[in-house]
Design a protein around this ligand. Structure first.
Ligand SMILES: Nc1ncnc2c1ncn2[C@@H]1O[C@H](COP(=O)(O)OP(=O)(O)O)[C@@H](O)[C@H]1O
Ligand SMILES: O=C(CO)[C@@H](O)[C@@H](O)COP(=O)(O)O
Length: 565
């Protein structure tokens, strides 16, 4: 055991955090543990009706401690002694206002229950107005500060969220010494940081969401922001100039955290990055292959050698950043704001009587009702999938667009809405579910098409994330719609594995992330091949989807115009 070299990867998802202990020599999983955020699960600090989704920092701290301790309990204390590095990935853009010590305001007196002092989760769309203002404002400048983020700024991103919160909450505005991404805060916490000016900011979050670019020499000038709203005056100075790729150490673990977790004080902590970017590494991404993390949402990552990108700018995606995934390569990000969430929405709709009326039943007792509810919750999507797979693909089918949480890519527009058409009295749950699944696959196709039309070939698809693992139905449909094979990565917690690979690099076990990927990559266990017989049918239905999308987008903008009159 003394020769063993273990690393820890921590992956913060939307609903839960998972940690893995991995053997750095071959990527074998030694232990894993998942923790659901309790405050989030109870819906605290969120208002779905107005797209407000906030997460309390204490959920993140408790989850970090619980999952790592649980992993160590499974692996044993000798394994704990062999841990050399920890790296972290998180969702994003998920920023928070912090004080001078880098502490999220929600952890300071007076702000404990203030949602504006908490992390603004990636899917929070309260800043739609601010994003629109940033877009209009950017058009006034000679330098196109949006050129590396696909030309359109999104309400899911850093500056829109920061501006929104500063405008609506004077107390947070006065107390905020800086704003920090979740993926930068956790390494800072673990390394015992207490001065926000010393926090190492990740290249990935800064480049994809905060408008940082090597070409600009950092963030856009302060004047760009202060001329948009004086509330932003001086803010760039409160943020950062330099950024670090995830193969660079953030520091070593603090004595306090080493003791709290039962680890050695020599453990090196890596600079953080987003889940999909580290997930792409865990899933053994190759140049021009699209790694799709398919879960609540999708986040799609493609890497291209920086030298081959030259002056190519891909319009309508979520950014292209040198080193955001692999140093020396340009990382290109796209995605869908709702993927599995679309299925979850439909499940909730059809579960309404179960969720709301069973408790009033005079036929079954409360415990049985709760057990039945839990049982059905597990069965609904798999059974809908089974029945939907039996339906004919062609014919007068229901047709949907997938913008239930707005559209992330191509061409971010969070005001768009989902739609289901072609309904008849024969439209039952499996038929509608099929249309929704198909719409999510069409949304994926429109992303692939955008890359290709902008001169970036897509040579292969790698599937990771919950839906990729759980749904052969959706994955087969995706292969058919894209008319491309999809390889599903073997490792269950692929993003955490990617983080563990970065941990192996910062701990000095491998000199580069490519070498860590080579040694620790666990390969693929499933492959879905497109069915040639369905190619023409899906191509026809995809055109219908695009037409329907245009119609829906037209209706949404007409409604907005009418509301503004
Ligand atoms: N059998 C299934 N088929 C298709 N989708 C599923 C299935 N089971 C769960 N999902 C979807 O998976 C999503 C969660 O994905 P997961 O990767 O586990 O989480 P996260 O996105 O938070 O990391 C949910 O939106 C849910 O609707
Ligand atoms: O958008 C990004 C990264 O840019 C993701 O963090 C976001 O899609 C979160 O996805 P998950 O909910 O973890 O599947």
């Amino acid at each position: 055991m003394s020769k063993s070299q273990f690393v820890i990867g921590v992956d913060y998802g939307s609903d839960s955090v998972r940690s893995v202990i991995v053997n750095a020599l071959n990527g074998e999983e030694i232990a894993s543990s998942v923790y659901e955020y309790p405050r989030w699960r109870d819906g605290l600090f969120c208002q779905p009706a107005v797209n407000q989704f906030r997460q309390h920092p204490q959920d993140y701290i408790d989850g970090l401690e619980a999952t790592i301790k649980d992993c160590i309990a499974q692996a044993g204390t000798a394994a704990a002694a062999a841990v050399k590095g920890i790296s972290i990935d998180t969702t994003g853009s998920t920023p928070v206002a912090v004080d001078r010590s880098g502490t999220p305001l929600a952890l300071t007196p007076g702000f404990e229950n203030n949602p504006n002092a908490m992390f603004v989760l990636w899917k929070d769309h309260t800043a739609v107005k601010e994003a629109a203002e940033i877009n209009a404002h950017a058009a006034l400048f000679d330098t196109n500060y949006l050129q590396y983020v696909g030309g359109i700024y999104s309400s899911e991103w850093f500056w829109a969220k920061l501006l929104h919160v500063l405008r609506i909450d004077e107390k947070v505005r006065d107390a905020a010494a800086s704003w920090v991404e979740h993926c930068d805060w956790v390494p800072f916490l673990l390394t015992g940081g207490n001065d926000v000016t010393t926090m190492k900011r990740g290249r990935c979050s800064a480049g994809h969401k905060a408008l940082w670019a090597e070409e600009f020499g950092g963030l856009p000038p302060d004047d760009f922001f202060s001329s948009l709203d004086p509330v932003l005056k001086g803010f760039t100075h409160k943020l950062f100039k330099d950024t670090y790729t995830a193969d660079v150490a953030a520091g070593t673990i603090s004595a306090e955290w080493a003791q709290r977790l039962g680890l050695s004080t020599d453990v090196v902590v890596g600079t953080g990055a987003f889940d999909a970017h580290m997930g792409a590494v865990g899933g053994q991404i190759e140049p021009y292959h699209l790694s799709k993390v398919m879960g609540t949402s999708t986040c799609d990552i493609l890497v291209a050698p920086a030298a081959e990108m030259q002056d190519k700018l891909v319009h309508g995606i979520c950014g292209q950043v040198n080193g955001s995934v692999i140093p020396g390569m340009t990382g290109l990000e796209a995605g869908q704001s709702a993927f599995g969430d679309t299925y979850a929405w439909f499940k909730n709709i059809i579960s309404w009587p179960v969720n709301n009326l069973l408790s009033q039943s005079k036929v079954i007792d409360a415990a049985t009702a709760a057990a039945l509810k839990a049982e059905l919750s597990e069965l609904i999507i798999p059974e809908l999938s089974r029945q939907a797979a039996l339906l004919p693909v062609d014919g007068p089918n229901e047709l949907a667009v997938d913008w239930f949480n707005g559209r992330r890519t191509p061409d971010a527009n969070q005001e768009l809405k989902g739609a289901i058409t072609g309904l008849s009295l024969g439209s039952d749950a499996p038929r509608v579910f099929r249309a929704l699944a198909e719409a999510t696959c069409f949304g994926a196709k429109s992303i692939v098409e955008r890359f290709i039309s902008e001169g970036i070939p897509v040579k292969g698809i790698i599937g990771i994330g919950g839906v990729a693992k759980k749904s052969p139905f959706v994955m087969q449909m995706m292969a058919d719609v894209l008319d491309m094979p999809i390889r599903i990565h073997q490792f269950k917690h692929t993003c955490a594995l990617g983080a563990a690979m970065f941990a192996a690099v910062v701990a000095g076990i491998y000199p580069t992330i490519e070498e860590a990927m080579q040694a620790m990559g666990r390969g693929f266990d499933e492959q879905y091949h497109p069915n040639a017989d369905l190619k023409d049918i899906y191509s026809k239905r995809y055109n219908q989807y695009k037409n329907l999308g245009e119609f829906v987008a037209g209706q949404v903008s007409k409604t907005a115009e009418l509301q503004n009159i």
